[in-house]
Design a protein around this ligand. Sequence first.
Ligand code: NAP
Length: 303
Amino acid sequence: MYDVIIIGGGPAGLTAALYAGRSRFKALLLEKMGLGGQIILTPTIENYPGFVGGVATSDLISAMQKQVDELGVTIKSDEVVSIVGDAYFKVSAREGNYEAKTVIIATGAFPKKLNIPGEERLIAKGVSYCGTCDGPLFKNKHVFVIGGGDKAVEEAIYLTRFAQKVTLIHRRDTLRASKIIQERLFENKKIEVLWSTVPLEIVGENKVEAIRIKNLKNNEIADASCQGVFVFVGIHPNTESLGHLIKLDEQGFILTDEAMKTSVEGIFAAGDCRKKTLAQVITACGDGATAAFSVNHYLELHK
Ligand code: NAP
């Protein structure tokens, strides 16, 4: 019986594991893929405090893992399929079954799709959700980026390392992204921004050849030739199998209080899988620390 099982090995889960290790809990972290979560798709984190000029994401995650390893927290590669229980919890995963007095869910999120014709069919044939992974494939090409948040703007700038031209289209006429990266976007000569424009279809037989776009101000529809379409229109939480167990909002994000308690006593949540104001590495780490602190409090009360 573990004191706590942490599900997810991104910044939230790793920080929860760090704090659990320092509290000398018998702790297990389960991660279905590699450690790092979504952020591993971004090469550098520029706004993590203490790192002037930014920190390489892989370095930050490796350092977090090392801290957790040194504290003796077990990390296993396994995919959780169900959690049941109340006084204690049975966590079933693909490779094994585990029991714990408490659970911290830090399963993160994944990129949303546009759900327009051509998108699904042309994934890996020019449609991508990850500039870091696929950017180098578009050397000297013209690519479109969809979205107006931090992710779309950061990735549009990153893609100019490879692409000859990057066109960012956004459905409104102001960006959601933070001002500092907007400034860099507007300074970049390789980037064109099309305002109040939405994608209707991604066109191409076996690879992306064009994107059909609509200007919402004058309703004009046009096919713009391009070789790649990068979609960054927000995130969807990894909480599919949890709806029966804990309260989620209408988009599937886990509802917690400020102590990271979910609607079920003994289950806590941290990071991008929970409903929150700001999804950042720094806030994910804060959530993880708080969740582990709340586990400590819970275990004291339920000795
Ligand atoms: P986001 O902030 O939710 O932005 C999504 C963008 O996509 C919005 O501009 C939205 O338009 C647009 N959009 C949504 N659905 C669309 C659709 N069907 N068609 C066209 N456009 C659509 O998502 P994100 O940029 O992926 O970021 C997710 C979280 O991670 C955010 O909290 C963000 O701050 C954080 N993040 C932070 C950093 C950083 O600080 N360095 C980097 C990356 C991500 P509207 O604006 O009109 O809603």
